[in-house]
Write a protein that binds this ligand. Sequence first.
Ligand code: FAD
Length: 305
Amino acid sequence: MKTYDAIVAGCGPAGITAAMYLARSACSVLMCEQLTHGGQILMTDTLENYPGYPQGIKGYELADLFIAHLDDLSIERATGIVDSITGTAGQFVVQCGDQTYACKTVLVCTGASHRTLGLDRENALLGHGVSYCALCDGNFFRGQMVAVVGGGNSALEGALYLSKIVGQVYLIHRREYFRGTKIFFDRLNESRNVTVLADTVVTKLHGDSNLSGLTLRNVHSGEEQHLPVDGLFIYVGFEPKTDFLPADLALDSQGFILTDTEMRINIPGIFAAGDIRSKFCRQVITAAGDGATAAQAAFLFLEQL
Ligand SMILES: Cc1cc2nc3c(=O)[nH]c(=O)nc-3n(C[C@H](O)[C@H](O)[C@H](O)COP(=O)(O)OP(=O)(O)OC[C@H]3O[C@@H](n4cnc5c(N)ncnc54)[C@H](O)[C@@H]3O)c2cc1C
């Protein structure tokens, strides 16, 4: 069996960047992707915050440009779910779909996914009023009415961020008390355009091509009300999937992979980059930056083997 210098698991911004850097350093690289290249960018209608595109760029266009960057590089690709990574530094075995591959180092760039509310048409309205990222999409709702769902710090930070951009924010939480840090909540209470709706859940999304409103239900009284909004920002959790990695993997309290600044994890020879790792800001630019760092660190690791 051929032994690759590196296998990159996941073909989102982090994985594509890592593969590009490694191939340019003359390493033999195999990329394993379960779906299609691009990762979460493909779920993004327009990105307005990726440098170099002052007018914004469609998610699928950026994904195509990213992958086109690999065209002239010698990178092999496999389609399939990476199910397991076993072995030790210099001798890893990666199971991808029904194929088994050998490599000296592995770069885990498999991202994470947002938990949904599970409502009808939530997916259809994604990018048309429904969003999971205030930093990414808040600007589309300047001066408008939006709702934020969730009770943790992400929801509170998202609501605070939006309160500086939009006309009115409704912060909806299914419980009476918020889990997020008090300082965020205090700041929200001081904002003149934030209304907190506690003990409340969203039961229905309205709107044909774009979101136009929500049906809300009070969890105690069962009373329903209609809330007209242009945007709904959902912060009910973000899930990394790491079950295919060795069991002694070090994770943070939320299940994200702990890395050092060189993207090394606690298992020598494996690196993690992008949304899968424990970090502060999950964006395309930071994922690509992580991918570049991980590739450079992996290259040094290969040289030292
Ligand atoms: C709706 C939405 C809008 C967003 N808008 C913006 C924005 O405007 N600006 C911005 O900067 N960021 C935005 N983001 C965030 C940004 O897309 C992510 O931070 C970024 O894509 C993370 O890159 P990544 O490579 O770490 O992971 P991902 O993009 O998640 O890519 C991971 C890849 O790994 C693959 N994969 C996962 N598990 C396996 C496995 N076991 N085997 C094989 N393949 C696997 C996945 O299929 C995927 O292709 C948005 C995200 C969403 C969901």
